[in-house]
Design a protein around this ligand. Structure first.
Ligand code: PLP
Length: 428
């Protein structure tokens, strides 16, 4: 063979080490999950060799007959999963999906109104360090201090004041469901497009366990790797296509539909060749998500989050908004006299992975923070149930209350490593 097959031990030894890390610890990062071996096989397939700029049936490269079929399966399954009539599965990531939408649906300098990053929003919704905050005029709504919940009357007042061209909902650290119908009414009132970024709860939405964003939003974006349990990636969807608001016409003089502008926003607007191996992995993951087993999984993700929230509350921890409707929760550690940074750095010593997170109205910097964010998507995939969530919180509490006692941290780590042997993840 002309293809060299020499194993790169330097890299593959590290991959083995990472697999061991994933298998021996407790993974509570709310944006992570564990894909199936089938999804991983597709992602590691020969499709990585193929260029396929364009869309199925309309490519700029030859030899696309097979990848056309694969990409079409991904599109069709995504449509079925979310009740969409148009989908683009090519965005390399959630950030890419959002950027493509902005390119297609906004003009530089337009006002956008998003959920405040420091209240749980995402940086692609107008943060000054992201293209969304640099090329557009970002404005924000947040949660109420007293309730930790979004007050839609205030969103409406802010929208009337700021007159955004796009109203963005969706978050990285908001544990409550969204009122898409109300948001659409607000968007209509001020003449804005409504973009719902459902990256986090997409898997729960797909199974009907949360409100349906496609029923009310003009455009919906998502990542495919969080509760949806696919490979890392992004996607854009619509249920109802519409004529673009800029009067952009086709060569035949007809108004172009938003779907056409969004396709162009992805390629050639913000990306080159699509990653067909990743699109194949998305197709496999969507196939899994269409099964009844995935419904049971999604129900368990929510049940586990409820159990975890109750376990934290019963130990005197403060959860922003008092609980959760989805797979995650944001915990304010100030009442325990701890910072997010200390909690993250201490928990990792016991092989519990979480991330520090700003809480609304935080008085600490983003590198320190007053909170932690935890989610149940990954550990539910491993097979853990409600009683296991209780046990995880017992361990978290023990670690945090003994953060300067290395012997206790070592004992907890050993117990967790032993416990996790009962939940094998991948065959080595
Ligand atoms: N949008 C939201 C709401 C997210 O939570 C994330 C990821 O954390 C993204 C977009 C960005 O996704 P990616 O990291 O794939 O670019």
């Amino acid at each position: 063979t002309t293809v060299t097959t020499t194993r790169d031990t330097q890299v593959f030894d590290l991959i083995a080490k990472e697999q061991h890390r994933q298998e021996s610890g407790i993974e509570l990062i709310a944006s992570e999950n564990f894909v199936s071996p089938a999804v991983m096989e597709a992602a590691g397939s020969v499709l990585t060799n193929k260029y396929a700029e364009g869309l199925p049936g309309k490519r700029y490269y030859g030899g696309c007959e097979v990848v056309d079929q694969i990409e079409q399966i991904a599109i069709d399954r995504a449509k079925e999963l979310f009740g969409a009539t148009w989908v683009n599965v090519q965005p390399h990531s959630g950030a890419q999906a959002n950027t493509a939408v902005f390119l297609a649906a906004l003009k530089p300098g337009d006002t956008i109104l998003g959920f405040d990053l420091s209240h749980g929003g995402h940086l692609t919704h107008g943060s000054p360090v992201n293209i969304s905050g640099k090329y557009f005029r970002p404005t924000f709504y947040g949660v109420e201090r007293e309730t930790g919940v979004i007050n839609y009357d205030i969103v409406e007042q802010t929208a009337k004041r700021e007159k955004p061209k796009m109203l963005i909902c969706g978050a990285s650290a908001y544990s409550r469901d969204w009122d898409y119908a109300r948001l659409r009414a607000i968007a209509d009132e001020v003449g804005a497009l409504l973009l719902a970024d459902v990256s986090h709860p997409a898997g729960l939405i797909a199974k009907g366990l949360l409100n349906d964003p496609l029923a009310h939003s003009h455009i919906v974006t998502t990542t495919t790797h969080k509760t949806l349990r696919g490979t890392r990636g992004g996607m854009i969807m619509m249920r109802n296509d519409f004529e673009n608001p800029f009067g952009i016409k086709t060569q035949k003089g007809e108004l172009r539909l938003m779907s056409s502008l969004l396709d162009s926003g992805v390629f050639p607007g913000t990306q080159g060749g699509p990653l067909e191996h990743i699109i194949a992995a998305k197709a496999v993951a969507f196939g899994e998500a269409l099964t009844d087993d995935f419904y049971d999984y999604a129900v368990q993700v929510k049940a586990n989050a409820q159990a975890m929230a109750n376990a934290f509350l019963s130990r005197g921890y403060e959860i922003i908004s008092g609980g959760t409707d989805n797979h995650l929760m944001l915990i304010d550690l100030r009442s325990k006299g701890l910072t997010g940074k200390l909690a993250e750095n201490t928990l990792i010593k016991a092989d519990i992975t979480i991330n520090k997170n700003m809480v609304p109205f935080d008085d600490k910097s983003p590198m320190v923070t007053s909170g932690i964010r935890v989610g149940t998507a990954a550990m539910t995939t491993r097979g853990l149930k409600e009683s296991d969530m209780e046990q995880i919180v017992v361990y978290i509490d023990k670690v945090l209350m003994n953060h300067d006692d290395d012997a206790t941290l070592a004992t907890v780590k050993e117990e967790i490593n032993e416990w996790m042997k009962a939940f094998p993840l991948y065959k080595s």
